[in-house]
Design a binder for this molecule. Structure first.
Ligand SMILES: N[C@@H](CCC(=O)N[C@@H](CS)C(=O)NCC(=O)O)C(=O)O
Length: 202
């Protein structure tokens, strides 16, 4: 991170994980200094006694605050870091809409797209051995996003919010699993990548 402030936040994350990158994107966007501890899932670094003492669920991302408190779950961490900033709508209803997308992301989007990508790219599971409903669930999630974006540039309130950051994390990796991004989703991914100063993957 380019900052002259000393890090007070430690992020335990795996760089291949969209859930972990969400936390990085928010910290970078808000100029929050942090130390990144690379914690590889594939190398089972989330299964060590030291890591399980931090998060008994054995999952990244995890953050440790300056005072030693620990928080897990990507969306909870994003909400904590971004509390009171411009990437959370101030209007009550818009904020509730942002939560709506965050919950949808965890239940219907991440569980399809992140899983298909991980099994395809990292576990190298052949298509014929993949759970048959997985790819249709990914396509349905992308189509739902495309239809929402027909009327808008961002998911909520025409501003970059945590909804966009949560959703872009795995959507931009979807082509790695052979998924084709619908046109408006592809444009939105580019827009959010620009906002977050990320390279265009597509
Ligand atoms: N709902 C959690 C999911 C976290 C998660 O699934 N993390 C994965 C990496 S993306 C992990 O640590 N997997 C290791 C494991 O479950 O053993 C979040 O959003 O943080």
């Amino acid at each position: 991170m380019m900052t002259d402030q000393a890090p007070t936040l430690t992020i335990y994350g795996d760089s291949i994980s969209g859930n972990c990158l969400k936390v990085k994107f928010v910290a970078d966007r808000l100029g929050i200094p942090y130390d990144w501890i690379e914690t590889s899932v594939l190398q089972q670094r989330t299964r060590t006694a030291e890591f399980l003492a931090l998060n008994p669920a054995g999952q990244v991302p995890v953050v440790k605050l300056a005072d030693g408190r620990v928080l897990s779950q990507s969306n909870a961490i994003m909400l904590y870091l971004a509390d009171g900033t411009k990437i959370i709508p101030t209007d009550d209803f818009a904020r509730a809409q942002m939560y709506q997308w965050l919950f949808w992301e965890q239940y219907s989007h991440e569980t399809a797209i992140a899983v298909l990508r991980f099994r395809t790219v990292y576990l190298k599971i052949p298509v014929e051995q993949m759970e048959p409903s997985l790819r249709p669930r990914c396509i349905a999630a992308l189509e739902l996003m495309d239809s929402h974006l027909a009327q808008r540039h961002y998911f909520v309130d025409e501003m970059l919010s945590l909804a966009d950051i949560a959703l872009v994390a795995y959507t931009r990796f979807a082509p790695e699993a052979g998924l084709v991004l619908p046109p408006r989703v592809a444009q939105w991914v580019h827009r959010v990548e620009d906002d977050l100063k990320l390279e265009h993957l597509g």
